[in-house]
Every structure is written in structure tokens, then in C-alpha cells.
Design a protein around this ligand. Structure first.
Ligand code: ADE
Length: 269
């Protein structure tokens, strides 16, 4: 996966993504970071200006179209030379669709992703219309620039690149898989500050442990993220089981009783 970041602060992105798991993934060549300074594409050779006042008045400066467009064309030409396909271009903005795990898994399928990081009061609309394919926000609050949101997205997407996580499975079992939050976890010692590890986790019965973890995930999601719980419930409706039961022989009558399968319904857990 190759990430291309159009920014006025390339070192902020490269420094921020140079350590830990992402740093290691970069060293291993599993991902690449190409942070490109938009200022290098300014037509203003003297001051390398990239912003100007907004038409119609109003406070603040706006990033101009030309340096961003030229920067993008340079990146796009290089990508197209290698794999013949124009990349998706993400403008990180509080006006975008809110980032979530579904978007992460969708974007992780791409070979190249281009991020545009805005600053000041924003970006000239005309260049956005020309190059942007996706408008994405990391939440309903406003940051000083797009670099941190781009880094958040790159981190989340990189986790889905094969080999980035030591244990490939962990990407599948973490929070938000199937719209459920992750179950509580415990490490040694068995007792800390008078709090004991739930005995089932020490039982060695993997089936029971899995069942307990699923129960805990459901409970936790219901309590902490009722919105996600409703989503999960609609995708995992309680299974209606038909159970035949014979009444007393004198009545010699077979009745059907519909029971709810509690394993598939968080209400009983
Ligand atoms: N730029 C500024 N605030 C942002 C946000 N919440 N999400 C994405 N980009 C942003």
C-alpha cells in the first residue's frame, strides 16, 4: 500500500508515522509514505506562496488551486505510470463522511491512496471539484489542519495490510468487527487489587471462553455503543427456534412452542 500525502507540513506526517507498528511496516516495505510539500509546486518562485484572500470577503486565507493541482498531477502521473489507474483522492475535512471501520476496510483494498491536507480556512473549491474522489472526516470537531486526520486514517488502513500486524488474526477480532466492541481482557497476575480474573478464562475450555467473550462483547456494545448494538442486532436477529413438545399422553396432542434462542439475543446476557 502506497500512501501519498499532499501537505504543507510533510515532516509532521513522516515524523508522526515513523515509529511503532507503522514505522516497522515502512521499514519492511509493506507500506510506503510519500509526503509531498504542496509549497514546492507554487508558481511564486520568490515566496512560495500557496494561499490568498477569499473572494467575497471573510476572515482568513484559503489554499489556492494551482499548487495543489500541480502537486496532484505529479503524483497521479507517477502512479499511473506504475499501475495505469488514477488513484482515489481523499480530502480530509470535517465536512466529509465520518470515518469508520467499514471505510477502513474498503480503502485498504486500494494500492495507492492520495490524501489532501487542508490548512488555514480551507481550499479553493475548484480544485476539490477537479481532483477529490472522497470527502472524509474523523469526527465532529475541527482541527487546525488535515495532517492528524490523514495520519489517523493511514494508521487504521495500514493495520489491514497483510503482514503489518504480527498476528494477522488480530485485525479480525478487534473492536468493530461485526459491529461489536472487543471483550475485556486480562493478563497476569490472577488477582490484582483484590480483583480476580474471571474464572472461565482460567478453565482451559476454549469453547466456553469463546462463548463468554461473545457475551461480553454484546453486553459491552449494548452498554457503551447502543448505536452499534442496534446495527449488530439488525444483522444478527434472534433466531426463532421451533421446538416440538409432547403434552401428557392423555391429551395425546403435539404442540409447537416458539422459543427465543438466547445465544443469538443479547437481552438475556
Ligand atoms: N480537518 C480539520 N478538522 C478535521 C476533521 N475533524 N476531520 C478531518 N479533517 C479535518
Amino acid at each position: 500500500m502506497n500512501f501519498h500525502i499532499m501537505t504543507l507540513f510533510p515532516e509532521m506526517v513522516t515524523d508522526g508515522l515513523s515509529s511503532s507498528i507503522i514505522g516497522r511496516a515502512k521499514e519492511k516495505g509493506l507500506i510506503s509514505l510519500n509526503a509531498v510539500n504542496i509549497r514546492d509546486y507554487s508558481n511564486d518562485t520568490k515566496h512560495h506562496k500557496v494561499d490568498d484572500y477569499t473572494y467575497g470577503g471573510g476572515a482568513g486565507m484559503l489554499m489556492q488551486a494551482q499548487p495543489i493541482y500541480d502537486c496532484y498531477i505529479d503524483i497521479k502521473n507517477k502512479i499511473e505510470k506504475e499501475n495505469g489507474k488514477a488513484p482515489r483522492v481523499i480530502y480530509v475535512t470535517p465536512q466529509g463522511k465520518v470515518f469508520n471501520q467499514e471505510i477502513v476496510t474498503e480503502l485498504a483494498k486500494e494500492e495507492n491512496l492520495v490524501f489532501l491536507c487542508g490548512h488555514y480556512e480551507g481550499v479553493d473549491e475548484r480544485v476539490l471539484e477537479e481532483i477529490v474522489t472522497d470527502y472524509i472526516s474523523i469526527g465532529d470537531y475541527v482541527l487546525t489542519g488535515g495532517e492528524l486526520p490523514a495520519m489517523v486514517m493511514i494508521d487504521a488502513i495500514s493495520r489491514f495490510v497483510p503482514g503489518v500486524l504480527n498476528n494477522d488474526e488480530s485485525a479480525m477480532t478487534d473492536s468493530f468487527n461485526n459491529n461489536l466492541l472487543e471483550y475485556p481482557q486480562y493478563s497476569r497476575p490472577e488477582e490484582w487489587m483484590g480483583k480476580k480474573v474471571p474464572p472461565i478464562l482460567l478453565s482451559g475450555d476454549h469453547k466456553k471462553v469463546d462463548e463468554w467473550r461473545l457475551e461480553q462483547s454484546i453486553l459491552r456494545t449494548k452498554e457503551r455503543r447502543p448505536d452499534l448494538y442496534e446495527k449488530w442486532l439488525s444483522e444478527n436477529p434472534p433466531v426463532e427456534k421451533k421446538k416440538k413438545r409432547r403434552k401428557k399422553s392423555s391429551e395425546a396432542q403435539v404442540i409447537d412452542e416458539t422459543v427465543k434462542d438466547s445465544e443469538n439475543n443479547g437481552d438475556n446476557i
